[in-house]
Design a binder for this molecule. Sequence first.
Ligand code: PMP
Length: 284
Amino acid sequence: MSRIAYVNGQYRPHRAAQIHIEDRGYQFADGIYEVMAVRGGVPLNVEHHLTRLRRSLGELRIEGAPGDGTLRTIVAEIIRRNRLRDGIVYIQITRGVATRDHAFPMGAAPAIVVTARRMKGVPAEVRQSGVRVKLVPDIRWGRCDIKSVSLLANVLAKQAAREAGAFEAWLVDDQGLVTEGSSTNAWIVDGEGNLVTRQLDNAILSGVTRRVLKELLVETGRTVIERPFSVAEASGAREAFLTSTTSQVLPVVIIDDHPIGDGRPGPVTRDLQHRFQEYAVMQR
Ligand code: PMP
């Protein structure tokens, strides 16, 4: 079955779907996006994703995008038309099409693309064994809280990780503090068994998985400390893991060449993986 994409009000065969060459997303990366997980044909955490999408649009002052009701309908329709069971839905909204000029154009309507794709997710063996991350300098801009399509620094960081045989890059600011991954949030477990992850500020994206996990953690009685942690702290941590829509909760067992704990996923991470999995099943 051929894939179907939504582009500016129309459902088109994926191969034939097009946007204008003067779309500001293409020329300036002047746009935002969201990635939602789909399990059993149901999109997960839609409310949280739409809240973040609305915030990103607001911060960039992109006006005139469809409301939440319309976006929910498009998401449901793109899942239906693609007969998607397990995978992701991608939503991108740019400031629209206009003659190239840096300043905001007058009267341009936002351009909207929604696509769906099958995705198996991280293989079970990798979930079990954990992954390696590579430390990479964080050279991104000052508004990483906006889920902007301007991802060049993230692309370079991920590529550096892949070339080093690592699953993800953990980005390190000029004070030696880990901000987040190139497409994931970063967590450690300290000596007292507390969870540590950076506070929400302009240096990181407010991950939906991070948010859900924080809520799930309330039941465990474990404390979540939201503060920056250093590379040294991460290397000496009892456990480490990363979170994202596509990775869920994934143990980090080596940072650069340094094993974390005994080099195997620890009990806290395992428990959280399990809890997150159950939560995802319950949402369906
Ligand atoms: N940080 C960055 C830079 C990301 O791109 C992502 C993935 N969207 C995340 C964190 C994790 O966010 P989420 O849990 O919403 O997928």
